[in-house]
Every structure is written in structure tokens, then in C-alpha cells.
Design a protein around this ligand. Sequence first.
Ligand SMILES: [Ca+2]
Ligand SMILES: [Ca+2]
Ligand SMILES: [Ca+2]
Length: 488
Amino acid sequence: MKNGFDINELTTSALHNWYHADEHALITLPLHWDRFQNPIRVLNLEISAPANREEIAGDIVLSWSPGILLQSGKTEILYSIDGGRTDYPLGTIASADSSYLWSTTDHPDGTRYKLRFNVEGRTAPDEDSVTGVAYTSGHFTINNPGNGYPEIVLTSLVEAEHVTGEYLVTWIASDADGDSLTYAIDYSPDNGRSWYLLAEQLKQPSFLWQSMNYENSKIFQIAIHAHDGQASRSDTSDVFEVYNERIPAEDNRFTQITGNGTPLIELFIIDPEDIDPGAIYQISFDDTSFGEKVFYVINKINRDTLIKAGDQLHRFRESDLFNGRRLLIDDYTTAEINEPLTRWETTSSNPDISVFLPNISIGGSVRNGIPYPADYRIAIADQIIDSTSNVFETTAKGVYFIIRNLSENKDADFIYQDQNKDQKLGDHDLVYLLEKNANQEYDLIWAFTLSGPANPVPPAAGDHFLISTYKPVISILSEKRFYSNSII
Ligand SMILES: [Ca+2]
Ligand SMILES: [Ca+2]
Ligand SMILES: [Ca+2]
């Protein structure tokens, strides 16, 4: 039976065609399956081509036999230089032919060549096609005159991995000319941005890496280089994590000197023998001198700069080693609400406080709240003690509460959607906090609303609550540019 049914219009609206399609599939799938399983329809190719580990150069004749005479169709020949990982077309010829002259001088030296033959044709015009695929066995070498580059492939750290303690880095390397190879390894703790030497002048294709002597980093990479005396080639690992357990420095105390930033900072002892017990260190942050935020570690006693412009600020990576220690800093990218501390500071009132970044349409343009790094205290009074701002086409109104920006020690500006127009903070009222930007224009920052709970105790005079934020060490919105911590 041929693959033919009456020609049907196949559209999703023509329901009867789906019936035929179903019937067609039911009948033909077993037939197709039978064809795939039937060896008569699949060619067994016999190949005469470079054997495993054979070395070739110049012009060579590749030949093969499909075992039966093919009258039409084609044969594709593909080659791989990397042991079959990637195939590239070499040539396409009629399937009646069974040999091909390959001029290897167009190809670089290599020890991991492989060929693939895809044959497809018919023994007679009215017959089903037959197909065959065959590969040369193993790998062969092309060694044309002149030096060829070494070949190198990492066999460890190929996919994301955890490295801890002693780790054996392994690779496979070869050289078509038979040159002896030496190896060097570079490492990058920062996703390939900067590279440092890990080992060099290695003769064996492996290296026992003492990873505990290197910084913990989730974005580590290594690159391995093979050199044949004239030229070198490299392979680079995937990004992997180096993690070795650290001893927390028990005696460390952090004292905030200036600024409002709230980074998390941990101090570890890496080498107890290098620790100077009397030292006092200062960490300073700077986002004005470089294209990114950086930190410095200074020995306060002798003014030595121990870390200059460190960029390990986001917990992915430990700092460089200084005096037998490393820091792990986790700075905030933008201000975030500190949920545990955003709460009523007095016990009588209980509405839930929800703080968010608003986006509201004012005068036809949408304004988005900016995560501003400041803490605010909202205090309830029994009389009108403050007024909303008359910005964004709103009218100033007296209110029974006042909002202080605690971080900058000033009264806060705000506008207000007063649900029941009583000028008192209550259920579902919305308050939009405002701060002036560098152009002295108001920006919308955080907004908050009060709601619930089931048995509400509404705010009363004397009650106050806090909006607390986690803050980056340096705010782009404030004038404060430096933050320091001292570690004693
Ligand atoms: Ca050569
Ligand atoms: Ca070579
Ligand atoms: Ca109200």
C-alpha cells in the first residue's frame, strides 16, 4: 500500500479530515514502523576510509559501498574535527557514486577527525527510498606539513559543579605533529572578568587543586592552555562554584561610623597565623570613583590599604585575602522594605501596614514609586498637626498625623487619598511618600495603606508606626556618598 489517500483539504474547520487523518495514522504508523525495523530498507554501508588513530595527509580517496545498486538520490559526506561533537559538510554527490577525493590540505591539523556518510537513494524509480548512515570508527589524524595547534578539552568542570577541598582538574590534550605539550591553568573568580594564574609548566594532563586556598565564589571558571613550543590552544570550563567551609571570626565587632547603609558583612578567619590580634580595620564604600560600587579595607592603625577597590559586594564571592581574613559582603542593589521592622511601635492599634512601590497616573503620565533608602515614622495626633503637599495637581489638606524621615532627620512630604475624608489615617487610606530628587523635583517613592484586621483597633493619638528599609551602602538619591564600618 502506498502512502496515498484521496487528497483532502486539511483545515481545522474540516472535521471529517481529522477522521481520515486518524485513520491514516492508525494504518500507516505500523507500516512505517515495520519499514524502519526492516533491514532491507536500511543500508549497511561498508566504508574504506582512515582507520582509528590512522594519520593522513594530502589527498586521500574515501570509498564506501551501500551493498546494493542505487539509481537516484545523494550521498552527503560530513566531517568533524572534534570527535563527532560538531559535523560540517564536506561534499554531496550522487548516490550512484561510491568514492570521493578528499584534499585534506584545506583542513587544519587535528587528532580527532571523524567522517559521517549519509546515503539516500532508490534501487528503481517506483521503489521506496532506502537510507544509510555510517561513521568512520574512532578518530583519525590529519597532519599536513607545518605546525598544527595543540588540541585540548577539559574533562572535569565541563558542567556546573561544586568544588571543595582538593579537586582533581583533568583534561585530554593531543598534538597532530606529535609535539610534547606543557600546560598552564588560569582561574577567574568573577565569571571571566579577570583571570589569574593557578598553575604552569605542567607536564601531565591533570592538576590537584587545593581549592580551600582560593576565595569562595559561585561564579568561578578555569581555563586550561596547552603549548606545543610554538603555539597554544585553550579550553574554558563552565561556570562553577568553589565553596570551602570557613571559620567565622568570633571576636569581630562591626561599628557603623557613618551612612545609613545596611549591608550584611561576615568576617572569616582563613589563616590564623596571619592574624594580627590588635588590628582595627575600616571598610569604606565608594560609588563615585569607578563605574561600579567598590570597597576599601584599611588598617586603621598603620593606614595600610589592604583591599583597594574590591568589587565583591553581592555575596557571590568572598573578598580578597587580607591579614589571614576574608570578608563576605551582601549589599543591597536597591532599597527594600524591612518587613520585620515595619510595624506599630505602640501596642494599642493593630491595622496591617502594607508598604509598596506605587504606580499612579497623574495628569496623563504614569509615575512609578522609587525604592528610597530611608526609614519613616508615622505618628497619630488628636489634632491637625501636618499638611499634605500640593504637588501632582493635588490640594494641600490638614491631617491628624505627621510623618518623619528618620534617616535624614526631617519632616516627610506626602500626598494622601483619604477614603472617608475625615483627615485621619484609617482603613484603606493611601499615603504616597515624596522625596525631592537632584533636580529639586518631587519623586513618588513608597506608598502605604492600612487595612484590617477582623477586630480593628483604629489608630489613636500617641500611636506611631515605623516603615523600615534595607539600604544599599550608598544611595544614588542622597548626598551621603560614603559609608564606613570598623571591624575591631
Ligand atoms: Ca603538521
Ligand atoms: Ca604542533
Ligand atoms: Ca481617613
